[in-house]
Ligand binder design. Sequence first.
Ligand code: ADP
Ligand code: MG
Length: 386
Amino acid sequence: MEKLFVDKFGDDSRPLIKVRAPGRVNLIGEHTDYNDGYVFPMALTRNTTILAKPRTDSTVRLASSIEPQIVEFSIDTAVKKEAPKWSAYPRGVAEALRQKKLLKIGMDALVYTDVPLGGGLSSSASFEVASGLALLTVNRAKMNLPDLALACQWAEHQYAGVPCGIMDQYISAMGVKGHAMLLDCRDLTPRQIPLDNSQVEFLIVNSNVKHELVQGEYTARRNQCQRAVELISRSFPTVKALRDVSMTMLEECRLELDPVVFRRAKHVITENQRTLEFASALEKKNWAHAGELMYASHNSLRDDYGVSCPELDALVDICAAVPGIYGARMTGGGFGGSIVAMGRHAAMADAAVAIDNQYPQRTGLQATHFVTTAGAGAHVVQGLAG
Ligand code: ADP
Ligand code: MG
């Protein structure tokens, strides 16, 4: 990467800094975020890395190992929203930090990532957080991590046009090595839960399908959840979101709810319970029970929430038959994308072989996969001296 930096920007005696921010996988707690519920992301050991040198002026010049052109913009005045598309992320973050008056100088920067792009592992959040950390580092400026995460979310909304939640930026900024993060989406309090990296590892498998219905179905699910809240709050006026509803309350309202809306609500309510139970199972190192909860989550997403697809079901099925795999489930919005399987170190290679052998037979497709443990959150690998 240092050589590529010299290729792009030439060689000189300015100090070189290096920062890193990870991609993420959500271990459990799916479609709970917009219901004020719980999510449980883990930082990957795969990262976006940025090498940068401070400039004396207010220009940011940015190169990517996977893009031909060098992007250039000024942080003197509001950062322009301009092509190429991939520059939206660092532009948005630079603008957020500029508005907070944290930036005096620009930088020459090279970005490199080993997080798969567009695979539901949030290469975008890791790009944003790394961009923010690089800009702060060359400016010798400090920002607390929740604020950095919020600035990055703002960038994704305003510059990339993706109305995402806060989970991805939170875990990328605040992940702790050997831990996953139980995040309460109502009050945004993160709890770091230890995850013994010597005992469990994770296989992330991309189904390499993306069914077209994602956006419409996502909107439909959100509307169904809202409908459930409207109807349930007639009987229970304190209910503001499905987060506030128990299964007993839902059962009491069964007759007022359309059967489909009932099942959607049931998924959200049981998924919140599973997510909390998953956290305590991990704290007790009860991997077997945590794994059962992952399978239960997958079944609920498939049967009650209706967001799985045959390819994801096949991958979970294949993993479930491998000794030493504790649990597996689809992760992300659904209708394609990836699954995550948790198991012992020795089971990882066996699961990978099983997938390579069986997934093409069952679906006509090739899956791509890699192994990860709980990685570290964003950090400065090499800062400015002094
Ligand atoms: P995901 O976050 O699931 O990986 P997104 O579509 O949200 O998928 O973000 C992927 C986009 O982020 C890419 O299309 C690209 O524009 C941008 N991106 C991420 N990492 C890099 C990088 N290292 N260089 C250039 N662009 C990147
Ligand atoms: Mg993204």
